[in-house]
Design a protein around this ligand. Structure first.
Ligand code: LLP
Length: 434
């Protein structure tokens, strides 16, 4: 991805110098590139040119309205998992007919909202959900199309916290019991089973688990058709991994070829729910060094971003490349060996040792005030942030060529305090100078 490159000695997002964004909106801030998102989307779609495929962007990866509108304009649908996501997708102009609803615990209110919106399909994950959906649909005199999400018991060989297709995981219905689930669905009013859904995990760097899972889905499709269930659509989920650290990852073309191999002869419409692939490389977290602290034992570079802004390192031990905004004298990364490099831990200000972005990072001697970026944070970055340590939610900036826009302003302390109330038995007066 070429959206973040050095030009005139400075890292740019497309044609905008990141230092200019830092000067304008402050740090930390997320910065996204429209060009990078567009390129990823088109690469994915073009790989499926010969197949009847619809991308339903897994918006949990990055649900900023302006990001959603970017994908809506490109023709994407959405995979939603909550009332909030549904509302955002609709607000951003994603047509309901391109929305699928995933999730293991949809409430009746959420099911009702999906029905009211007229979404394409619900991916049902349990028999109780099937019964609830039927009830809600009947109460609205609606007939909704559903997929049964199956659990194929395939190990995705990814981080265990984001592996979703093993028997012990909470997701889907055991593929061995799918026949009964479809029979139950067929017996219920208000729901029409037309589809099988599967999603075995996220950040898959090996194509083989997909192949195995989709092979099982193909087999199930044939069985169900033989039993008279008219399966016309397969939702093959998301999960395609990206290279965070030079890993070898499957290309969309390789992934699409494997899809054609496994389910291509079934004459089904295909849905894909990529999240990370579409936005991961398209974002950076821009941060400034507050202090450099030498303890004798170690050298700590303390930056103004923290684990509450980007949880992935603390939560999954994820490694994100870190780069300086001022172009280093030679080479583009801080990792290369060289006389001027010293090892440092790059850490945030939050009061936990887990608030560490990199350990023993080969870093040039950088003074306080220097800007850094944490790369590949366009997916599962801002969406997973919190206000821990009463740190305001950071801004999001969208860059498009030589234009940029603040698409989420920095939260103010006033907004933070205004969300809360004193209890009725307490003095209502807010003191201090907030
Ligand atoms: N479809 C379903 C049903 C999912 O559960 C997910 C992700 C996706 C699609 C999109 O997967 P992707 O293409 O992005 O791999 N917070 C974690 C990732 C959690 C993914 C959860 N489900 C992280 O930061 O790595």
């Amino acid at each position: 991805m070429t959206a973040f490159t050095y030009k005139n000695g400075e890292l740019h997002a497309e044609d905008i110098a990141l230092s200019a964004i830092a000067a304008d909106v402050g740090t930390p801030t997320y910065v996204y590139s429209v060009a990078a998102m567009t390129e990823a989307y088109q690469r994915f779609v073009e790989a499926f040119a010969g197949q009847r495929a619809q991308v339903c962007y897994a918006m949990k990866a990055n649900s900023n309205l302006a990001v959603l509108r970017t994908f809506a304009d490109l023709g994407a649908g959405a995979d939603v998992v909550s009332d909030g996501e549904l509302a955002r997708a609709l607000a951003a102009g994603i047509p309901a007919t391109r929305i699928v609803y995933s999730g293991v615990g949809k409430t009746r209110a959420e099911l009702a909202a999906g029905i009211n919106a007229g979404i394409l399909q619900f991916n049902v994950e349990s028999l109780p959900e099937l019964a609830a959906l039927s009830e809600v649909a009947v109460s609205k005199s609606a007939e909704v199309e559903i997929a049964i999400r199956v659990n194929p018991d395939v190990d995705a060989s990814t981080h265990h916290k984001i592996s979703t297709g093993r028997k012990e995981d909470k997701f889907g219905i055991d593929i061995a019991q799918a026949g009964e689930a479809f029979a139950f669905a067929a017996s219920l009013p208000g729901v029409t089973p037309v589809s099988i859904a599967v999603h075995i995990g996220s950040q898959l760097t090996d194509i083989q688990p997909f192949r195995t899972a989709f092979g099982h889905v193909a087999e199930l499709t044939r069985q169900l058709r033989a039993d008279g269930v008219a399966i016309s659509r397969l939702d093959l989920g998301g999960g395609l991994g990206i290279a965070y650290d030079g890993e070898d990852v499957p290309t969309p073309a390789e992934y699409a070829a494997m899809v054609a191999d496994t389910v291509g002869d079934l004459d089904c419409d295909l849905i894909f729910e990529p999240g990370r692939y579409l936005t991961g490389h398209a974002g950076v977290l821009l941060t400034r060094i507050i202090f450099v602290k030498n303890t004798g034992e170690r050298r700590f570079v303390i930056v103004d971003a923290a684990m509450n802004d980007l949880m992935r390192p603390a939560l999954y031990g994820a490694a994100h490349a870190i780069q300086q905004v001022r172009e280093p004298a030679s080479g583009a990364t801080l990792r290369e060996a060289g006389a001027t490099l010293r090892e440092a831990d790059i850490v945030g200000p939050v009061c936990e040792t887990g608030d560490t972005f990199a350990t023993a990072h080969a870093l040039r001697d950088l003074p306080a005030g220097e800007l850094l970026v944490i790369r590949d944070t366009g997916a599962y970055g801002a969406v997973m942030s919190s206000g821990y340590n009463s740190r305001p939610l950071v801004p999001e900036v969208l860059v498009n060529g030589g234009d940029y826009a603040v698409v989420r302003p920095r939260e103010t302390l006033e907004q933070q305090l205004d969300r809360e109330r004193f209890a009725s038995w307490q003095s209502q007066e807010r003191t201090g100078q907030s």
